[in-house]
Ligand binder design. Structure first.
Ligand code: PRP
Ligand code: URA
Length: 216
């Protein structure tokens, strides 16, 4: 259940997601709860984001007869942006256990707010693949755009971003790098503060996920 808020941007308005998002944003929610909520919301968003994955007919045998059934034609590639995207991977693999996983390690420089790369590990050949970028936060969009550019250079066919909280500058930045991207999000927050944090947002997703300091 999501509404199209602009071309290629799908905002979930399901009451169960909204309820979980309220708890996730709460500043007193501890890392244990934060991780669980992030997982559950990712599962619900991922389910929606994968609704157009192509299927292919297979002949299968039930205990009663032989019949045709549809299975996924191509397994998706899940691309968590470290650190916080790691908290979303398990949900995706619960949905598609045979999906691939490629890791992109980036952190945002505190002064420039630009992404700094420290780790990239992807399958060799990405041609024809549908990549799902995973990051709870789409703020300036620098990290997502950087990741999309790596994936496009390596030949991915289609990119979908799954983020929990998105802000307009991030959406616009990502669309500049990857005009065809689809973005599935659980919240569209209005602005960034002067340190590039989404407001109202939820603070620093990586710090809240892993209990490290500095998000308030
Ligand atoms: C956070 C978040 C995104 C990025 C979003 O990561 O998880 O990757 O910031 O901001 P942007 O849209 O302005 O690029 P961060 O750089 O704090 O790294 P971390 O997950 O290791 O804490
Ligand atoms: N990264 C985060 O973790 N939170 C924000 O609000 C912005 C970037």
């Amino acid at each position: 259940m999501s509404e199209t808020v602009m071309t290629g941007v799908y905002l979930s308005n399901h009451p169960v997601i909204l309820d979980k998002m309220a708890l996730l944003r709460e500043k007193n929610t501890p890392p244990r709860e934060f991780r669980r909520l992030l997982h559950e919301i990712s599962l619900l968003l991922g389910y929606e984001a994968m609704r157009d994955l192509p299927g292919i007919k297979r002949t299968i045998e039930t205990p009663l007869t032989v019949t045709e059934a549809e299975v996924l034609a191509v397994k998706p590639l899940f691309v968590p942006i470290l650190r916080a995207g790691i908290g979303m991977v398990e949900a995706m693999l619960q949905l598609v256990p045979d999906g691939g996983v490629g890791h992109i390690g980036l952190y945002r420089d505190h002064d420039t707010l630009l992404p700094v790369e420290y780790y990239v590990k992807l399958p060799k050949d990405l041609r024809g693949m549908h990549a799902f970028m995973l990051d709870p936060m789409l703020a300036t969009g620098g990290s997502a755009a950087y990741t999309a550019e790596i994936l496009m250079e390596r030949g991915v066919d289609q990119i979908t971003m799954i983020s929990l909280v998105s802000a307009p500058p991030g959406i616009n930045r990502l669309k500049v790098s990857c005009p065809e991207v689809r973005i599935f999000t659980a919240a569209l927050d209005p602005e960034l503060n002067d340190r590039g944090y989404i407001v109202p947002g939820l603070g620093d997703a990586g710090d809240r996920l892993y209990g490290t300091e500095g998000w308030s």
